[in-house]
Ligand binder design. Structure first.
Ligand code: TRP
Length: 435
């Protein structure tokens, strides 16, 4: 139970509440939701199982685990993980900074606005400012490093076990409010009724990337969690529970944001600001909206904190376990390095928006490269390792400790050997548009 909650704490974060609704909005709604859930419950849950097996069987950090299990060039996958964790953390803490800012601004009431257009202008003025969001990013990152340094990560996790159900409860209340707004029906249709006419390879790539990001896969994080499991802990059951919880929170967030988008006359493809633009308008129309809003953004910040600490831990564990580096030194240096990258990421939404990489501002480029390239690649490597290098040893591990596993063995083997490698390769090649 403790393990499941810890892994769910890492999975549930900004990916569910901030990223999922806006990516769904950008990719046409219902059809994306269906493709997303399809990927999550085939490739996603199977790769999660694979990462947990790697961790539980070696009791090592990702690079060490790859070396022990396969040797050769496999530990290189570890470098990709560090790179990915760095980049994700650099934009993750910018968004997490926004949640801190919105906690404060909810209390003063300055962001609650029933007019979504005005809420949007306020949001834009805030994120394009060269100083304020950077200060909040620095604050959030400092808290992350402090938690990692102080060894109080366990304390935060324990607190999160109480607070995450609270976040879930508020999401339920908000969903009820959102779907009963005048004009919400169009948004409900958009979210739940698949329209396949706009589906392309890019839709599949976006769904694949979102699935890996949301489940914290493809970068060794779940290998690390697996290494904390006991020998005979139930891997299949835990993976299913974590996947269900994560998908449920994302689904609920979609049900909060997208109906409101249509009810308020906003555009679903508005991008990363979607959550921050629609929520203040929902809160503005609720009794005690200020209190609810502050509470919601504070809980979201805490959900983000459990994720950011886990992300930083990927970097720390690598340098400490592999190079025997000093934990405090690594945490401080890594935190500083992340900040150096986070500042231009934040500024790229404002004063530095003229600087683009392949047509994307820095923030979008960082998001694209990690979610749409390195995470799926990492997942592909994990599937190949389990399905082809380890084979029977992996299957023995899969069965060990789980009453559920025997019934699922055939399906899991098929996905990890054939379906996942083929699908990820096809989606990557066609979605990225190399060929
Ligand atoms: N899953 C997290 C979220 O949805 C983000 C994330 C991606 C993450 N990779 C991770 C968190 C690794 C912890 C560890 O917000």
């Amino acid at each position: 139970m403790g393990f499941v909650l810890a892994a769910a704490g890492s999975a549930v974060g900004l990916g569910n509440v901030w990223r999922f609704p806006y990516v769904t909005g950008e990719n046409g709604g219902g059809a994306f939701l269906l493709i997303y859930l399809g990927i999550v419950f085939t490739i996603g849950v199977s790769v999660l199982v694979a990462e947990l097996i790697i961790g539980r069987s070696t009791q090592l950090d990702p690079a060490g685990a790859f070396r022990k299990l396969a040797g050769g060039a496999w530990p290189l996958a570890g470098y990709m993980s560090i790179f990915t964790a760095f980049i994700i953390l650099s934009f993750y803490c910018v968004i997490a900074g926004w949640t801190l800012a919105y906690t404060v601004k909810s209390l003063t009431g300055s962001v609650l606005n029933p007019d979504t257009e005005q809420a949007g202008s306020l949001f834009n003025a805030f994120i394009t400012d060269p100083f304020e969001p950077v200060l909040y990013t620095a604050l959030f990152l400092s808290i992350t490093v402090f938690v990692a340094l102080g060894g109080i990560a366990n304390g935060i996790e324990r607190a999160a076990r109480v607070l995450m159900p609270a976040l879930f409860a508020i999401l339920l209340v908000l969903a009820a409010r959102s779907i009963t707004l005048d004009g919400a029906a169009e948004g409900i249709t958009f979210f739940l009724e698949p329209d396949f006419s706009k589906v392309t390879w890019a839709t599949f790539l976006a769904a694949l990337g979102q699935a890996f990001f949301s489940l914290s896969l493809g970068m060794g994080a779940m290998i690390t969690y697996g290494s904390y499991m006991n020998r005979h802990d139930d891997i299949a059951g835990s993976a299913l529970t974590v996947t269900l919880l994560d998908a449920l929170v994302a689904f609920l967030a979609g049900l909060v944001i997208l109906p409101a988008v249509f009810a308020f006359g906003a555009t679903p493809s508005a991008g990363p600001g979607l959550t921050f633009i629609t929520l203040p308008s929902i809160f503005a129309q609720m009794p005690f909206g200020h209190v609810f809003s502050a509470l919601f953004f504070a809980l979201l910040a805490i959900a983000a904190l459990t994720s950011s600490v886990a992300l930083l831990e990927v970097v720390i564990a690598y340098f400490v376990d592999e190079n025997g580096a000093n934990r405090k030194k690594v945490a401080t240096i890594a935190g500083a390095a992340v900040f150096v990258l986070a500042v231009p990421a934040s500024l790229s939404l404002g004063v530095m928006s003229g600087f683009t990489i392949g047509g994307n501002v820095l923030f979008d480029a960082m998001d694209y490269v990690t979610n749409n390239i390195t995470l799926p690649l990492g997942g592909l490597l994990v599937a190949l390792l389990l399905g082809w290098v380890l084979r029977h040893k992996g299957e023995e591990e899969f069965l060990d400790g789980s009453t559920l596993a025997p019934a699922l063995l055939g399906a899991w083997r098929f996905v990890i050997r054939y379906a996942a490698p083929v699908a990820i390769t096809l989606i990557l090649i066609n979605g990225v548009g190399i060929l």
